[in-house]
Ligand binder design. Structure first.
Ligand SMILES: Nc1ncnc2c1ncn2[C@@H]1O[C@H](COP(=O)(O)OP(=O)(O)OP(=O)(O)O)[C@@H](O)[C@H]1O
Ligand SMILES: [Mg+2]
Length: 356
């Protein structure tokens, strides 16, 4: 869902302002420390009620103030978010909502920045949440299964840790199994779809590097999950947590049989990350009639010119609302002929710039 207007008050170093965005292309320029990432962060926070920079939203409150406010007009609804020192309020069309997921569901949003590249060489959790983001936005049942799974795992781990009520383990194993197997099948399916989308649409960016994506379940291949949970039970009791299950899944990324993170150059790994990202955006776009919002923070310092051009040429084929930050006031040549809006940030003051 595209964001058409944003008003912000006391968010990081940004001066209070109201901005109109283009439905497709928005560029943000400004010197180091001017507030470019903060503007992208404000958009992200309004869609997710979470930041990509901090786990504590109150860090986003301007140092001299006690709250920040964000208000946005999206296609089809309005969202407001207020973070006070001790509480958070979220409204959709003026009505307070209780579950964060109600907000998150409305506007799928992704950010590409220097940290995105942990997808290749970071911990498996990065790859799991990457795949799950896509499932959350495409599969209507995903959130419910995820909720059931989390609940059962938490209860099971609580018993394992406290070593009390061990006779309840059978009960929680049964409750853990059903959502786990549903999510396992979903992840398997999305991993295959990801591979197919990369192969069909994005190999050019990989510049001849073959990429294989394989879903690895978090328990031995030759056993069922039920069997694995049973076999490990004594060890789990000793360790105090559940050692097998979908919380141990991974996506294995290989090139000619070797792990991508171990053999590819830094630049090649970045291309792999971007290709994966574009493939999930494509999967979400395929089932959403409204554009996904994509924030790109300083891609220019991360990629060479060729890669940038290829990435932009692909991105304009997709129905995305782009926000691209860059120190220089330059529009990538792939986007030059398009209509766009440009904003320049100086010491927290955001000014729309007109081009004629
Ligand atoms: N809560 C806050 N209140 C006030 N200022 C803050 C707050 N948090 C961060 N800042 C300041 O806001 C300024 C803008 O930071 P931001 O990361 O948005 O800059 P940027 O334009 O993205 O810079 P760069 O080009 O270096 O990435 C920084 O000087 C930072 O110290
Ligand atoms: Mg920045």
């Amino acid at each position: 869902m595209a964001i058409r207007q944003l008003s912000l008050t006391d968010f990081r170093n940004l001066k209070s302002t109201a901005l109109d965005f283009d439905r497709r292309y928005n560029f943000i320029s400004g010197d180091n420390g001017s507030g470019k990432t903060s503007l992208l962060e404000a958009i992200f926070v309004l869609c997710q009620a979470q930041s990509f920079r901090t786990h504590q939203l109150k860090q986003c409150i301007n140092h001299d103030k006690s709250e920040f406010l964000l208000f946005g007009r999206f296609q089809g609804y309005k969202a407001g978010l207020a973070r006070y020192r001790d509480k958070l309020e979220i409204r959709i069309d003026g009505k307070a909502i209780k579950r964060r997921s109600e907000l998150v569901k409305k506007a799928p949003i992704k950010i590409v920045n220097a940290e995105s590249f942990v997808l290749v060489d970071g911990a498996p959790a990065n790859r799991r949440s990457f795949l799950d983001w896509c499932m959350f936005h495409v599969e209507p049942d995903y959130a419910e299964f995820w909720h059931q799974f989390q609940h059962a795992l938490k209860q099971r781990n609580h018993i394992l840790k406290s070593k009390r009520d061990l006779d309840l383990l059978d009960y929680w194993d049964r409750h853990l199994l059903e959502p786990s197997l549903e999510l396992n099948r979903m992840r398997q399916r999305y991993s295959d779809r990801l591979q197919a989308t990369v192969r069909d649409q994005f190999t050019e960016i990989l510049n001849g590097v073959p990429l294989a994506i394989e879903y690895l379940q978090g328990w031995p291949r030759d056993k069922t999950l039920a069997q694995s949970l049973e076999d490990r039970r004594d060890r789990d009791i000793r360790a105090g947590f559940t050692g097998v299950g979908i919380h141990r899944d991974d996506l294995e990324l290989t090139t000619q049989g070797r792990k991508v993170g171990e053999v590819l150059s830094r630049g090649q790994s970045k291309r792999v990350c971007l290709v994966l990202l574009m493939a999930v955006l494509q999967l979400v776009n395929n089932t959403n009639s409204d554009p996904v919002i994509l924030l790109i923070d300083d891609l220019h310092s991360e990629l060479d010119r060729d890669a940038q051009e290829l990435v932009y040429r692909q991105l304009i084929q997709m129905d995305l609302q782009l926000f691209i930050s860059n120190i220089e006031l330059a529009v990538p040549s792939a986007l030059e002929a398009k209509e766009f809006k440009m904003f320049h940030v100086e010491h927290g003051i955001i000014k729309p710039r007109n081009f004629s």
